[in-house]
Design a protein. Sequence first.
Length: 232
Amino acid sequence: MSNDQIRAAAPPAPPGVQAGRRYALTALIAVNVAVAVIASVMIVVRDGFDLAAVFYDGVSPLHEWGELNGPSIEDGAYWRLLTSMFLHYGVLHLLANLLLLWLAARRLEPLAGSGTVLTVYLLSGLGAAVAVYYFDPEVLTAGASGAVFGLIAALLVVSLRARANTTLPLVLLGVGLVATFAVPGMSIAAHAGGLLVGSILALGFSRANIRLAVTAATAVLLVALAVARQFL
């Protein structure tokens, strides 16, 4: 199966985006790394250099402001639904998510376009945040894994529709699922929410209905958030 055939199952690249250019992937990695650097500097300034805090489990003032926190969201801190997907608890957490992001997006972006990758990342990350808010609101969490799961789901759906090689997305999905259930502290709700939204968006990957899919996924997120706020 050629790349031309795979592209037939994906939406057209946005105007001005050249095939093979990975602007979205570069931007997403840059933002995640920049946020991690700022958070690490904040930890060092506040507590001094602590190897464990920087690499494994550090919580900076930036985390206290932007991580996913159900009670804070109920009090109006809605920005946490967005900011939490760019925050990580240490360098190892960041590197694990960036590796999966790089593997999935570097394959998807040349086929679907930079705008599509950004849309899937952001809406899948929001879907993950809403799922955590609804099912596990007392848990403090952050990370790009929900958004990355959405990208993996999108890549898998595009590959299946084009009858292309699905080895990469299946391996990534398998690794992600094993980590979800085997590694303590992983958020099942976040990963499930990201997978769901990424799949919904990918099913709309065509010239005729990509906008409809984006609208539908956004509507699902807004309704879920409204329901969560009403009953939690």
